[in-house]
Ligand binder design. Structure first.
Ligand code: 5GP
Ligand code: MN
Length: 326
């Protein structure tokens, strides 16, 4: 949907400076895809940065690669502001002024819809592609840049995190083909990258996860499971919210659970909700109902209420989703 990747590559080839925007609450795909593109652009002589305004989660620190920038005030203009792995201003909150530094605007994404509250000179979204990192890999090839070890690591991280280690239903032949090509890059080692992402957790974060999982609530004969991570629990274990990555996926490993939900209390009266479906229900519909979005089987929303209130609103919708197979 949107412009062709080849045309986008040709547009970018004619530009000198590109500012890249991953989404808020960055994940392995948004940061990995952004850094991979930034490194590739630099290698073909462009000025490029990944624009951030939040700390990089510790398990993704190796995806920084000297690309990130937090302050672009000293830069006059960039030729292009490029949103990666999301669309719409509410996914780049806090960076609106930096976004305006771009003479033209673009968006490369894999979510089903492109938000229309922003004008994009070009956009591409591929809802059938598991990770934005796959699109960026192909874009880098069109740009004629070399896939270096750092780029390979970024693309691999993007793919494994967005496919749940190739387990989600979004995984395709292309996912595996691109991953296979990464093995041709000198010194590429998938185990090293996986260990960096998944094997550096603190004991406290495991115990925090244990507490959330011990208090799951089930509805609809076990088809719906809801977990709640409050600020109190985070404080008890000295954890950061980004250490909750993976909890909702753990919920989905329970037999019989079709719809999983993790309500994360981010601040007083601000919850972020992670929704997952196993293989039949549509949770994007539920997220959209509450102003969020996402994919059929992995979606989310932000609600400006307490976790208890959020749960009250979510329960009937989640039950309906679990009973309405698509
Ligand atoms: P996660 O649960 O991993 O945070 O997010 C799952 C999916 O839902 C991601 O594809 C993400 O882009 C989408 N998502 C999560 N939170 C929000 C939100 O507040 N708004 C929108 N539009 N999408 C979200
Ligand atoms: Mn993604």
């Amino acid at each position: 949907m949107g412009d062709s990747l080849r045309n986008i590559a040709n547009t970018i080839k004619d530009l000198d400076s590109i500012l890249i925007f991953p989404h808020i609450n960055m994940d392995g795909d948004s940061l990995g895809a952004s850094t991979a593109l930034c490194l590739a652009l630099r290698s073909i002589g462009k000025k490029s940065y990944v624009m951030l305004d939040e700390e990089i989660p510790e398990n993704l620190d190796f995806l920084e690669c000297g690309c990130s920038i937090y302050d672009v005030d000293s830069y006059d203009r960039f030729d292009l502001s490029l949103q990666i792995d999301s669309s719409g201003m509410n996914r780049i909150l806090g960076r609106e002024a930096a976004w305006e530094k771009g003479k033209i605007k673009g968006c490369i994404d894999h979510h089903p819809t492109v938000k229309q509250d922003v004008y994009y000179d070009f956009y591409l979204t591929e809802p059938e592609t598991a990770a934005t990192g796959e699109i960026i890999y192909r874009l880098i090839k069109y740009l004629g840049a070399e896939i270096t070890l750092d780029i390979a690591n970024c693309i691999f991280a993007a793919i494994v995190t967005d496919t749940g280690n190739f387990q989600y239903s979004n995984t395709t032949r292309q996912t595996h083909e691109i991953t296979a090509e990464l093995y041709d890059i000198k010194d590429f080692n998938a185990k090293i990258v996986s260990a960096l992402i998944y094997e550096r957790r603190s004991k406290d974060s495991i115990m925090m996860e244990g507490e959330v999982l011990s208090n799951l609530e089930f509805f609809s004969e076990g088809k719906v499971a809801i977990g709640t991570l409050t600020q109190d629990i985070l404080t008890k274990y000295g954890c950061m919210m980004n250490e909750s990555e993976g909890i909702v996926q753990r919920i989905m490993t329970i037999e019989g659970v079709e719809v999983g939900c993790l309500i994360k209390e981010d601040d007083s009266n601000l919850v972020r909700v992670s929704l997952r479906a196993k293989h039949k229900a549509n949770v994007a519909v539920v997220a959209t109902k509450f102003g969020g979005g996402g994919h059929l089987r992995a979606a989310g929303c932000t609600m400006y209420i307490s976790p208890q209130e959020a749960k009250k609103h979510l329960i009937p919708e989640l039950i309906q989703a679990a009973e309405t197979y698509v």
